[in-house]
Design a protein around this ligand. Sequence first.
Ligand code: 5CA
Length: 164
Amino acid sequence: MALSMDQRPSAPQRVQAALSAAGVAARIEEFPSSTRTAQEAADAVGTGVGQIVKSLMFLAGGAPVLALVSGANRLDTDRLAVLTGAPIGKADADAVRQATGYAIGGVPPTGFPAPIPTFIDRDLLRYAVVWAAAGTPRHVFPIAPGDLVRITGGRVVELASDQG
Ligand code: 5CA
C-alpha cells in the first residue's frame, strides 16, 4: 500500500493511517471476494460471523452515532435510543458517507473526519481477535477487542436484540 506523491490516499490507506496514529499496528488484508456483509467477511477470513464487526451508523436526534455490533447479533435500536437519550433514525448511504468518509460495506470503526460517539457490543469482547472493515467491501483487519475499545473511545454495552 505504497503512497505515491501525486495520488490521494486510498480508503484502506486512510484507515491504515488512522490505526497507526492510534498506535495500533494493524495488518489490513485485501480479499478477492466480497467482504461487504458480515457473513461474506467471515467466509473470506475463515472465521465465525460473531467475530466480524459491523459498523452501523444511525442518527440520534439527527447526530451521527456508531454501533459496533457482532456479526452474530441484530442491533436493538431501542437500546441505542436509551443509551443516547434521543430518538434513533436510519442513516442513508449519503449520510453514512458524509459522516464517516466511507461507503456502506467498508465503513471502518474509526478514522472519521470528526469523532462519532461509539457504542460497542459487549459480545465482541468474547473473542481474542475480531475483524472490522477497512474502507472498502474487500478490505478488513484484525484487532483485539480491547484495542477496538481504546482507539474508538467506545462504550461497551449490550446492543443485541433478544431475537438474535
Ligand atoms: N464489510 C462488512 C463487514 S466488516 C460491513 O461493512 N458490514 S456492515 O454490517 O457494517 O455494513 C453493512 C451495513 O450497512 C448493513 O448491515 C446495514 O445496516 C447497512 N446498510 C446497508 N445498506 C444500506 C442502505 N441502503 N442504507 C443505509 N444503511 C445500509
